[in-house]
Design a protein around this ligand. Sequence first.
Ligand SMILES: Nc1ncnc2c1ncn2[C@@H]1O[C@H](COP(=O)(O)OP(=O)(O)O)[C@@H](O)[C@H]1O
Ligand SMILES: C=C(OP(=O)(O)O)C(=O)O
Length: 466
Amino acid sequence: MKVVKLLKAKQIRRHFYKMREPCDVSQGNADFLLACRHAQEAGLKPRIVYRNLALSQLYEMALKFEPDTAVVSSGAIAAISYEKTGRSPKDKRVVREPSTEGDIWWGNGSPNYPMDERAFMLNRSRAVDYLNFLPSIFVFDGYANWEPSARTKIRVVCARPYHALFMHNMLIRPTPEELQSFGEPEFVIYNAGPFPANRYTSFMTSSTSVDLSLAHRELVILGTQYAGEMKKGVFTIMHYLMPKRGILSLHSGCNVGASEDVTLFFGLSGTGKTTLSTDPRRPLIGDDEHCWGDGGVFNIEGGCYAKCINLQASKEPEIYQAIRFGTVLENVGFDRRTRVVDFDDNKLTENTRASYPIDYISNARIPCIGPHPKNIILLCCDAFGVLPPVSKLSLEQAMYHFISGYTAKVAGTEVGILEPEATFSACFGSAFLVWHPMKYASMLADKMVEHGTTAWLINTGWTGGG
Ligand SMILES: Nc1ncnc2c1ncn2[C@@H]1O[C@H](COP(=O)(O)OP(=O)(O)O)[C@@H](O)[C@H]1O
Ligand SMILES: C=C(OP(=O)(O)O)C(=O)O
């Protein structure tokens, strides 16, 4: 009797799989990965790999593998990153090795804490062992940089479906044909965030480690599940590669007016780049990471990562309506019964986020490319109320403010920041610089002079002591 029942169950399962086959491209085949030079060198041999799954499949996987992930009433998917809800800049390491060490800004004030090759290999091996041990892993292959001549192939290898979904949104998504002929990636992220670093490994100061090797062209993440580490990892490598080619990389939002007048919005994390560049009257080129090359500006990314604490439909309707099927809500609270999101809920963090593909903003300019900027706006979130609301800057003043980067770190974007804290962040994004700030500043000055760009300082913090 039992045997008959078992056989029946098997038949039903087989039938079920047959029915699902046509719509389930389950892509569990790891061959493409095993053929990759990076994977071979790193010893990555996963059991099952899900590569560039459709959004619905990533939803299904996230709901299956992540106990705290849920679909909310707008159709977005809400995930949590557990202990780390902001970046961990003090745990970021760059491998100091002969082929690149002369290029990198080290020492006082630099965000690039060194590690040696051996420590990097130990961490990479730890991350890969963890990924190999899992029943299945996720890969997202996509591109950085909209300008075709600067396009860079990025592979993200991760344990959590929500991380794959996040990078699906944040990178430029390949067409099925492009995916077919993707070949070797130029840069690989191993995100083993759920697994800790070994704090006794040399150069480690905690169980979190975000390690960049420019020689291997790899980023290894251990001990943090905050998805922002991946996107800012891609930004960091672009901050190295692009200036090497004479292209200026910038921590800025970007939009374009009716007369093709481009504006760049520079600002430290959380100070208003996304909010101010997302403007119904000015098509959006991008919210956070851009390059300025000989032909004009282009976005590095394929999506946006908006802060959404206290988000209101009436105040920021474009961002609000972008929170729908496919959007990842990170550390956002919602009613467990009705699944309605509470954007005022800061129980997990002030740094709640929404990640969506850029085309979810109805007036996005696709491809995300524009002419040379007419205006640049330095967004200064002044915690002390010293700066006036708006100032027009001379070139010298613009350089002074760009290099000194006086602003505030806002609550939550970095681990340990609980309320606005005044800071000097070179180029309004010191945490992501690889070269010395003067390299970016002098490139910016040259480009502003060449293209007659005007600079403005806007205080998005507090004014007049208020
Ligand atoms: N005057 C303002 N200008 C811009 N943003 C503001 C302003 N007042 C409040 N905010 C809020 O500040 C946050 C800015 O975040 P965001 O635009 O995502 O920053 P960034 O893109 O620079 O990381 C948003 O939550 C936005 O609603
Ligand atoms: C994602 C981040 O930056 P931004 O707020 O500039 O998007 C971050 O700093 O973690």
